[in-house]
Design a binder for this molecule. Structure first.
Ligand code: ADP
Ligand code: MG
Length: 272
């Protein structure tokens, strides 16, 4: 990958979301991204608040996943990717020189559209990130496994079948397992890219409930094309369109009193 960064030319207009006094967990400044010659993100400025749930909404292809994947440098593997601007996680400029991407990804757990449990036991899935870190002591693995499964609201369903394959679980259970695995490495941020799109309504409701419970402990950024879901689970919402962040603010405001006509057209279902 070819990452180029240029010095900031001017002070950006940052959308500040005022609600918690916790400060920002992530700060995206003048961020642009190109796939080859095609620009996919245009001058994104966004502060994501610590301990809150931030939803990214917008029609298919508007750049939601692209932006989310930049937050833990998941796009690094794509050829001919070029970025410009800055993303800060705490004090770390994540595209700055000498950044340890593996360490960064530990701070930023990721949950994908399709649950992706590994072909191993439920237990081994959850403790996988610890084993990768070289942790072998059984008491630590056991304790982390239980804590992560409880946090992911899955413990009661699986505590008697920890050695069974994760592939035998339902889709909703698999997704909660992936969240447990994400939590096991004790990240600061959980990134979720349409985590319910492959799930039925009951499994979806469980994940949404889980997001409520995890709020506060983790900063959560969730991409969803489901506006009702964004309205239900998030504190703040960013509406994206054609690679731009059109409007960003408190979820209530975005859904009931948006400032931009494009936002109101989208949230009222007039397009997208
Ligand atoms: N790996 C890639 N290579 C080239 N173009 C891509 C790649 N991934 C996404 N795009 C393009 O970038 C734009 C934004 O895509 P994406 O971030 O997936 O949107 P969303 O998640 O909002 O549906 C789309 O035009 C898409 O075709
Ligand atoms: Mg997407």
């Amino acid at each position: 990958m070819n990452v180029e960064t240029t010095p900031r030319q001017h002070e950006p207009t940052v959308y500040h979301v005022k609600k918690s006094d916790e400060g920002s967990a992530l700060d995206i400044r003048n961020f642009n991204l190109w796939y080859g010659k095609t620009q996919a993100l245009f001058d994104i400025n966004m502060e994501i608040q610590k301990g809150e749930v931030t939803a990214l909404i917008g029609p298919s292809g508007c750049g939601k996943s692209t932006l989310l994947r930049c937050l833990n440098r998941m796009n690094d593997l794509i050829d001919e990717l070029r970025i410009d601007g800055e993303i800060r996680v705490g004090d770390l400029d994540i595209y700055g020189p000498g950044v340890d991407v593996i360490a960064l990804r530990k701070r930023m757990g990721m949950v994908f559209q399709k649950p992706n449990p590994f072909a191993m036991s439920i237990y081994d899935n959850v403790v996988y990130p610890l084993r990768v870190d070289g942790i072998t002591r059984k008491s630590i693995l056991d304790e982390t496994c239980e804590r992560a499964l409880r946090s992911a609201a899955l413990w009661d369903e699986v505590k008697d079948r920890m050695n069974e394959s994760a592939l035998g679980m339902s889709g909703g259970q698999q997704q909660r397992l992936c969240i447990a695995r994400g939590i096991a490495s004790d990240p600061e941020v959980l990134l979720m890219d349409e985590p319910c799109s492959a799930l039925d309504p009951i499994a979806t409701a469980k994940i949404e409930e889980l997001i409520h419970q995890l709020r506060g402990h983790y900063t959560i950024v969730i991409v969803t094309h489901n506006m009702q879901q964004a309205a239900r689970v998030s504190d703040n919402t960013g509406f994206m369109y054609l690679g731009r962040l059109i409007e960003y603010g408190a979820t209530d405001t975005i859904f009931t009193n948006p400032k931009k006509s494009q936002t109101s057209d989208y949230v009222s279902g007039r397009f997208g």
